[in-house]
Design a binder for this molecule. Structure first.
Ligand code: ATP
Ligand code: MG
Length: 423
């Protein structure tokens, strides 16, 4: 996973062209997408769509693919702050490995040199220049260009050059019609464009784990919907508010998320009256999964996703996980299965869900928890409970009580993380 994103103040709100530094735009480096051979065009189309969707409240953008590994996003006429806001969004688009705010300049050595030197003003420590030509007709080789710019920067400021692990790096990339000058960037999410791997349905509690599980699967190219079971009418609506806020936060990574909410309290009580006792928790989880499977069928989702981690709580022993799998035919993806709680919490902090998950609520699962929880549930016993209850019919009934919400992050300001060269 990328390192936590730094908090860096945004550039001044001034017109980039007016500052003489060239138009500010966003340059993105892609990762695995470049490896996908003949599927590459499909991946690119999906990624371009996702990029456009993630900034559709920020005005009209111009997007262009450069070779297989670079995308440029421009919004001519926008202020630097507006372009920086686009860059912030790009840091959350799956499939993007690096995000750079770059100066787009004429493909002319004097202009490139002038902007490069000015981009390196007021720094502390050593530096290096990395030059790259996507247009090999440029008069200098990449290393000649890097050497030339390096010596001009030394003349101007006297910074020491260090090619291995410099404190600052100046990048210059020369394209067919223009050149781009930029300094350090921000790590993106990596992974694959959301939607590339099909659809899934995430079982979303208000807890710490399920949002992290969702993020992991979106990152591997799933487009997901979310299903939350509240304890209503026996609990308050707090868990629904939490699920809503969590989905809104996760919407940054895929755009267009839907949250389905089902009141589960009465079904839990029916399970209790049917004498589930020590099996209450596992039987509840099986009923949730069955209901989720019925919803997945309606939505065209090909898998269910949960935040289970082996051994983390009593419902997550190997025997109980096997008993959960028995309840449905769809595959249940459990991306956190081998993770420690501390690792999951670190991840939750990075994706901005931890603080929401830690808000108090009344979890429907704890509402009717028996004094002793079965850690080695027998599938035969659970199937008997399902028969007594007519679990399939109950799942179908629960589905008819679902309410759908569309928590969207669009229109929200993001914290500033990406810095422009020369800003
Ligand atoms: P989390 O932190 O995600 O709540 P947990 O460690 O509390 O997980 P459990 O309560 O056993 O573990 O739940 C395991 C998984 O079951 C969750 O990650 C989630 O996918 C699903 N789940 C649990 N409760 C609910 C709920 N109320 N609504 C939807 N899914 C749920
Ligand atoms: Mg939970």
């Amino acid at each position: 996973m990328p390192a936590p994103l730094e908090s860096v103040p945004p550039p001044q709100d001034r017109d980039g062209a007016g500052s003489g530094l060239g138009e500010l735009c966003v340059l993105m480096k892609l990762g695995e997408i470049v490896l996908k051979g003949s599927n590459r065009k499909l991946f690119e189309r999906r990624l371009h769509n996702n990029i456009r969707n993630s900034v559709r409240d920020l005005g009209q953008i111009r997007l262009s693919q450069r070779g297989s590994g670079v995308i440029i996003v421009r919004r001519p006429g926008a202020s630097d702050v507006e372009v920086a806001r686009i860059a912030e969004r790009m840091a959350d688009v799956m499939g993007v490995v690096w995000v750079h705010l770059v100066r787009r300049v004429d493909k002319d050595l004097d202009t490139i040199t002038d902007v490069a030197v000015r981009s390196m003003a007021d720094l502390q420590g050593s530096f290096a220049v990395r030059a790259r030509r996507r247009d090999k007709r440029f008069a200098m080789t990449s290393s000649e260009l890097a050497g030339h710019l390096g010596s001009r920067i030394v003349e101007a400021y006297g910074y020491p050059v260090r090619l291995k692990r410099p404190d600052h790096t100046l990048y210059v990339e020369v394209d067919k019609d223009e050149a781009f000058v930029f300094t350090d960037g921000t790590p993106g999410q990596g992974g694959l464009p959301a939607g590339m791997s099909g659809r899934g349905l995430v079982l979303m509690s208000g807890g710490i784990d399920s949002p992290v599980a969702a993020h992991r699967m979106i990152r591997r190219g799933l487009k997901v919907d979310f299903l939350h079971f509240s304890g209503m009418p026996f609990t308050g609506p707090e868990s629904i508010y939490k699920a809503y806020s969590l989905v809104r936060q996760l919407d940054r990574f895929q755009v267009g998320s839907r949250l389905f909410v089902i009141p589960f309290g009465k079904a839990q009580q029916q399970l209790k009256s049917s004498g589930a006792e020590r099996l209450q928790i596992v039987a509840q989880r099986r009923l949730m999964l069955r209901t989720a499977e019925a919803l997945a069928d309606d939505l065209g989702a090909e898998c269910l996703v949960t935040g289970d981690a082996l051994g983390q709580v009593s419902s997550q022993t190997m025997a109980n996980i096997t008993a959960l799998d028995d309840a449905v035919d769809l595959p249940i993806l459990r991306p956190l299965i081998g993770m420690d709680k501390t690792e999951i919490m670190d991840q939750a902090r990075r994706i901005g869900t931890l603080a929401i998950s830690e808000l108090p609520d009344e979890d429907c699962c704890t509402m009717l928890t028996p004094r002793q929880v079965e850690t080695a549930a027998k599938i035969g016993d659970l199937r008997q409970i399902d028969r007594r209850l007519d679990a399939d019919e109950l799942a179908e009934h629960l589905l008819t009580t679902a309410q759908v919400h569309k928590p969207s992050f669009l229109g929200e300001a993001a914290p500033a993380r990406v810095r422009a060269a020369g800003a």
